[in-house]
Design a binder for this molecule. Structure first.
Ligand code: SF4
Length: 390
């Protein structure tokens, strides 16, 4: 065989695979309609940003990708996000929203694993509240359409706790309207809680308004292991949502619970007209207070209240907010609370993989929720296990 033939053969041997490759690729592209240029953003997670992608990335994207990598490394190592960095994250380009969600999810997995807090509420005393919170249908200051009834009996509260346990909830929270219960109602409730404690294996929470040290001691002695008292919003926005008591009064109650060594559940409501910066103010105040559980309610505008016609937040705004809350409170339970179904709709599942590890199930104080079956299915499908430990 002449040398030039050998040369041609070896060239063909090299070229044929390329030719076959290109044939194959063209056929694959044509047959399956795969675009010539494949967006390889999934490679970002492995950090290997293809040159062409990196070249096409604008400096803003590069800035945020680098910032998120730094924050991930620091937070997973036990460090914290600084306020300026969190403010900066509010400007995250929309096309990096899923990266933010994934980052928050990794932080949740690192510090909490797949434990999920499924909390069931009883509205044990409703309406006729002397406070004027602008979002609340139970306030006597508004023409809100909430039911009005006095304290439920011990048997009714026990039945509700048993139903919560049977429904699959890990926590049962007794809630009463009003700044604080009168002495008689408070003593009645202590007996009811002691009865539930002795008969139902479920974590017992309460939300009874402002507390005194002696009431706190009685309550926690009766079996309450976590106390809810939300800050609701940021300190500077609070006067716009309530005028009958101060923000500091709420902070003092949270501190009192913290000092008594009982777990603190303290969060708020977003979508009240506050700015994204004020949402961060709330999250950093909660982090400073060292709260254990953060319920994030999203306004469900109630007829007859001053916020009846409030502009709703978008699901993506809500998801970005809970993800940032996870970054600011890496070890806390971040719990989706009221307004979840209405405001997140089909995005609820995504929120569960964007830093959230808890939900209120089975309905809310004055509004219904979706079925517990649907909620439990979503929780398990998202890879969680319901646990009293979070
Ligand atoms: S949120 Fe609580 S304190 Fe405020 S009006 Fe409603 S029941 Fe009263």
């Amino acid at each position: 065989m002449k040398s030039q033939d050998i040369g041609l053969l070896s060239t063909l041997r090299i070229l044929i695979p390329f030719y076959i490759d290109s044939l194959e690729t063209n056929w694959i592209h044509k047959t399956w309609g795969i675009p010539e240029k494949i967006d390889s953003s999934f490679l970002l997670d492995s950090g290997k940003v293809p040159k062409d992608k990196e070249n096409r990335m604008d400096s803003n994207q590069k800035y945020y990708l680098q910032l998120m990598d730094e924050l991930e490394e620091r937070i997973l190592a036990g460090g914290h996000i600084e306020r300026e960095e969190a403010d900066s994250m509010l400007g995250l380009p929309d096309d990096l929203t899923m990266k933010l969600a994934a980052l928050a999810d990794r932080i949740r997995i690192e510090f909490i694993g797949n434990k999920f807090d499924a909390c069931s509420l009883i509205n044990a005393k409703s309406g006729r509240c002397s406070e004027d919170c602008v979002f609340c249908a139970q306030s006597a200051s508004h023409k809100g359409a909430s039911e009005v009834y006095s304290l439920r009996s011990g048997d009714e509260i026990l039945k509700a706790a048993q139903a919560a346990k049977e429904s699959g909830a890990s926590r049962f929270c007794t809630v009463t309207s009003g700044g604080a219960l009168n002495e008689k109602d408070f003593d009645t409730l202590i007996h009811a809680i002691e009865k539930v404690k002795s008969e139902v294996d479920i974590a017992l929470d309460a939300s009874l308004g402002f507390l005194t040290p002696s009431r706190a001691a009685k309550l926690f002695g009766a079996g309450i292991v976590r106390y809810n008292h939300n800050l609701e919003s940021s300190r500077d926005y609070y006067p716009s949502i309530c005028t009958t008591h101060s923000y500091q009064a709420r902070v003092d109650t949270v501190k009192l619970v913290k000092e008594s060594g009982v777990s603190v559940c303290c969060g708020g409501i977003i979508g009240l007209g506050e700015t994204p910066q004020q949402r961060l103010d709330l999250a950093f105040s909660l982090a400073d207070l060292g709260v254990d559980c953060v319920p994030v309610n999203v306004l469900n505008p109630r007829p007859g209240t001053p916020l009846e016609h409030a502009q709703p937040l978008t699901p993506i705004e809500i998801i970005r907010t809970v993800a940032l809350f996870r970054m600011i409170l890496p070890k806390a339970t971040i719990k989706l609370a009221g307004g979840r179904e209405l405001n997140l709709g089909d995005f609820q599942g995504l929120a569960l993989r964007a830093g959230v590890n808890g939900m209120i199930i089975g309905g809310y104080l004055t509004t219904r929720g979706r079925s517990v079956e649907d909620d439990l299915r979503m929780i398990y499908q998202a890879g969680f296990e319901i646990s009293q430990a979070c």
